[in-house]
Design a protein around this ligand. Structure first.
Ligand code: SF4
Length: 494
């Protein structure tokens, strides 16, 4: 691992800085923090101007990560890299950014922004030079035994350059003997948890999905070449053709001899992330065999069927619950209208006006439409409630705008446990549904009624039960060590 040379002291400092930046309070264990990512990945093989196509694909996947972006290309037996902090169009601004990324193969990555924790070292793709040559990797998910593996590797002399879990995989791969493919399979058999990976050596692209299949990874064709991405919305933008999803546990090698698959040992059950369908993926994507938009509409219809309300109008918390609110309104025979307008042009604001404005954070993001709300009994459809603080503020805004009653309907069952598989959530004590009954949540949020879909409702709508539901029922499909519990926040629930 020639490029990953950094002193242990520096490394400890980087971990501490990362922990601080991620908002870990002193009472929490912030030693050896491995940040969790919810990210987007893309890979291209034999596609002219691969870096530009990767850029466009990452642009389409921007919702999966706004902290950093990066692309690595392969050209004349060497890997070329550019990555940086910020949005895709902030990192790649000019033609010259692509001139340093020649070649017909590329991988790219966008990383989720946690609560301010930013570090160029942790941005991806990670690139190494080791005894087999050069290798780059981009990862979506969370390796739950990374900390344990990292400690073992450090005990035997490994020096880490980043604090991301993905680097553990690279160390394992570098140490394994045998040919590259066998060494990779052996390394992937040791790591546990969620990984949808794209990798690139000088002459091949590798796609890998964990046996539980937590995160999506889709394979497509682009001209004479191949493309893979976290979601199909990336294919639409570049004109690629959907071929199929990478199977859970499948490792696909693509090189000049074509495409071939090998498989990891299967998991006892598949555990596709239900929250990808509920919230995280773009509605115009097709993942886990479903149209995300259609599923969200059906979830809204199911909510109307199971939890009707005497109301005058149905509104959504834009944008992620728009489709479900439409489904609810259609099924309930109520009008759908826009009761909240979301500003699309803000990032995060750290400057509050001198004069304290109540609910400033929610206000700057959502503005109520008084003409929709005044004097009305409103059904407010949302995708999920995590800490409950944003819901409370939104309800206050709606009531202040004149709504007579607010009936909240949520497509995600009560979120009672943190995710360990790659979606940032607060610690368990901060989850409102873990601490309060639905009746108490109703009072805390300030609504006239509050209802959720059940896990069984979700299975009924998606048509199967090969899903992870750990955040909704605490049944974690892959064991994790206590030390891998990482506290972080979802941006939408600030
Ligand atoms: S715990 Fe929830 S968010 Fe995490 S993978 Fe499972 S379903 Fe998805």
């Amino acid at each position: 691992m020639k490029k990953m040379i950094q002193s242990n002291e520096d490394n400890k400092h980087a971990l501490k800085t990362q922990a601080k930046a991620c908002g870990y309070r002193s009472k929490r264990k912030c030693k050896n923090v491995i940040p969790k990512d919810e990210c987007g990945v893309v890979a291209l093989y034999n596609v002219p101007s691969a870096s530009k196509i990767a850029y466009l694909a990452l642009y389409a996947l921007q919702h999966r990560g706004q902290e950093s972006a990066g692309i690595v290309t392969s050209h004349e037996s060497r890997l070329c890299i550019k990555k940086g902090m910020g949005l895709v169009n902030e990192v790649f601004r000019e033609e010259s950014d692509f001139q340093i990324l020649p070649g017909n193969s590329a991988i790219g990555h966008v990383r989720y922004s946690t609560s301010g924790g930013t570090s160029i070292e942790n941005s991806q793709p990670l690139q190494i030079v080791y005894r087999r040559g050069s290798l780059a990797v981009a990862h979506n998910g969370n390796i739950v035994n990374a900390l344990e593996l990292r400690k073992n590797l450090e005990r035997t002399g490994a020096i880490f350059h980043t604090s991301v879990d993905t680097e553990v995989l690279l160390h394992l791969l570098a140490r394994n003997v045998g040919n590259f493919e066998d060494a990779l399979i052996s390394a992937l058999s040791i790591v546990k948890g969620a990984f949808s990976l794209v990798m690139m050596s000088e002459n091949k692209i590798i796609l890998a999905r964990d046996p539980n299949g937590f995160r999506p990874l889709i394979l497509g064709k682009l001209g004479e070449g191949w493309i893979a991405a976290s979601e199909t919305c990336a294919f639409d933008l570049v004109g690629a053709e959907f071929i199929r999803e990478v199977e859970p546990g499948e490792i696909i090698f693509i090189d000049e001899s074509g495409l071939r698959s090998r498989f990891l040992a299967p998991a006892a059950h598949q555990s596709l992330c239900l929250f990808e369908l509920i919230y995280f993926s773009r509605p115009d994507s097709f993942i886990f065999g479903n149209s995300v938009h259609e599923i969200r509409v059906k979830l809204g219809e199911k909510l109307a069927e199971t939890h009707p309300a005497d109301a005058d109008v149905v509104i959504s918390v834009p944008d992620s619950s728009n489709a479900s609110a439409l489904g609810y309104a259609k099924k309930a025979g109520l009008p759908f209208s826009f009761g909240l307008i979301r500003s699309h042009y803000i990032g995060r604001t750290f400057i509050e006006p001198d004069q304290k404005i109540r609910d400033f954070g929610a206000r700057i993001k959502y503005n109520p439409v008084a003409s929709t709300l005044k004097g009305k009994r409103v059904v407010l459809v949302d995708d999920s409630i995590v800490r409950g603080t944003t819901s409370k503020k939104i309800v206050r805004l709606i009531k202040k705008a004149g709504a007579k009653e607010v009936h909240m309907r949520i497509i995600c069952p009560p979120w009672t446990h943190p995710c360990r598989y790659g979606i940032d959530t607060p610690s368990i004590d901060q989850l409102i549904a873990h601490n309060l009954t639905v009746d108490k949540m109703k009072k805390e949020i300030g609504v006239n009624s509050l209802e959720f879909l059940s896990v069984q409702d979700l299975f009924d709508i998606t048509g199967n039960c090969s899903y992870c539901t750990a955040c909704m029922d605490g049944n974690y499909p892959v064991e994790f060590s206590d030390e891998s519990k990482i506290d972080a926040r979802r941006e939408d629930d600030e």
